[in-house]
Design a protein around this ligand. Structure first.
Ligand code: FMN
Length: 408
């Protein structure tokens, strides 16, 4: 049974968090391996003569959602539904909510959300498409709706509750995993949670990571972040002890700000040849005072690609090792690279170590891909069969060249 949290966040206006812990999911968006699970957060507010629902849960939790809602309010009394983002992990339960509501609630979203409501659920009536920055008086409160396109769909917006200084962020401010608390009051829980935020940002929003920086800048320039009291995302912890921190963290990941000394090393090795080259590279990195973070695909292990991507934003540089496999890059590295270049495309230096038996292809192919991306290709070192002393010299030199790039 997935745990449901119904927590009162404010007395006036009455504001509730409705959260379900999805511990059944394995692959978010049918792609990202998340044994850590995820939560879906919706919010409900009661003000004078208005009951406002902010988003919902995934369709498979519709029954649980209606039950949770009904414990606070008769769904027929909901007057407004704010749809921040139409991805079905937030909107899946909406059709049923509307049905139970008798289609009385006015739906508020962007023009893109309006189109998607029709495309996904056939909902056309009673939808108000906001203008960017539009303010609406609902009950005794003023809500400002701010579009944040490509964070991470074209439809996405956030809501700012002016009088109470609350931001409803939906995906902005969210992360994977099922934190043991609802908010950021315990530093240990926050510390454990943040790597899942990075993984979430890269895998879900990474393709558009420059829009993270742009949109957060836009919100900041509106002057609503400095004195915000709560940031309420659609996944994971809510932020009320230090709410600014989560947007700063998002901006840092979006910009790929590195942790000094961290070098991400990713490779495959079927029978240990690539492994040998990589061990030399790791040894040289350590000698130079760097901290390699290593992920490998072998006949014993296959790390989740989402976890690898989560290591990219704060790495200073990358080393990619690959064997040639049927005149191509080894399939595991091929897929990892495909996602890396799509989701975690940052201006960071890359050293490539290729290994082959009779005609090397992997190193060259990776080089071509890296050169077409934002990454900065430093060198490609190809090794035929076993790593001989001359190869070791070339590998160590390659690592030092990579380091020089960083210390320029
Ligand atoms: C299934 C398979 C396909 C391979 N295809 C090629 C190839 O097309 N060209 C080549 O030069 N070597 C090929 N090799 C040889 C490997 O690239 C080479 O042995 C490399 O050193 C393997 O390193 P590893 O054991 O660390 O993975 C292949 C090896 C295997 C097992």
């Amino acid at each position: 049974m997935s745990k449901v949290w119904i927590e009162k966040l404010l007395e006036e206006p009455e504001l509730y968090l409705l959260r379900i812990d999805d511990d059944q999911i394995r692959y978010f968006e049918a792609t990202w391996d998340i044994p850590e699970g995820i939560t879906y957060n919706a919010y409900l507010m009661k003000t004078d003569n208005a009951v406002i629902l902010f988003d919902a849960w995934k369709k498979e939790y519709t029954e649980e959602f209606l039950e949770a809602l009904s414990s606070i309010v008769d769904p027929k009394e909901i007057t407004h539904i704010v749809v921040h983002h139409m991805e079905p992990d937030h909107s899946g339960a909406l059709p049923k909510v509307l049905e139970v509501n008798g289609y009385k609630a006015k739906i508020i979203g962007t023009i893109f959300a309006k189109r998607l409501l029709e495309a996904f659920f056939g909902i056309k009536e009673n939808v108000h498409a906001i203008e960017d920055g539009e303010e609406l008086r609902i009950g005794n409160r003023t809500f400002k709706f701010i579009t944040v396109p490509w964070l991470h769909w074209p439809d996405t917006m956030i809501t700012y509750l002016i009088e109470d200084k609350i931001i409803f962020g939906c995906d902005a401010g969210g992360g994977y995993s099922i934190p043991e608390a609802i908010d950021d009051s315990d530093d240990k829980i926050v510390e454990k949670y943040l790597p899942y935020v990075t993984k979430y940002i890269v895998t879900v929003i990474g393709h558009y990571h420059k829009y993270i920086v742009e949109n957060l800048e836009k919100i900041k320039n509106m002057g609503i972040v400095n004195d915000v009291k709560m940031i309420l995302p659609g996944h994971g912890l809510i932020w009320r002890k230090n709410p600014q921190m989560i947007f700063e963290y998002y901006a840092k990941v979006g910009a790929g700000i590195p942790t000094k000394g961290k070098v991400l090393v990713v490779y495959d090795s079927m029978y240990g040849f690539v492994e040998k080259s990589i061990q030399i590279a790791i040894d040289e990195l350590r000698k130079q005072g760097f901290n390699p973070v290593v992920y490998k695909f072998t006949d014993k292990e296959a790390p989740a690609v989402g976890n690898i991507l989560g290591e990219v934003p704060d790495s200073e540089a990358l080393i990619i090792g690959a064997s040639t496999y049927e005149a191509n890059i080894h399939p595991r590295i091929r897929y990892t690279l495909y996602e890396l270049l799509d989701k975690a495309n940052y201006e960071k230096p890359v050293l490539i170590l290729g290994t082959f038996g009779w005609a090397g292809v992997a190193g060259r192919e990776i080089e071509t891909l890296i050169k077409r991306s934002k990454f900065d290709h430093v060198d490609t070192i190809e090794v035929k069969g076993q790593t001989i002393p001359e190869d070791e010299v070339r590998i160590r030199k390659g690592v030092r060249k990579l380091i020089q790039k960083l210390r320029k």
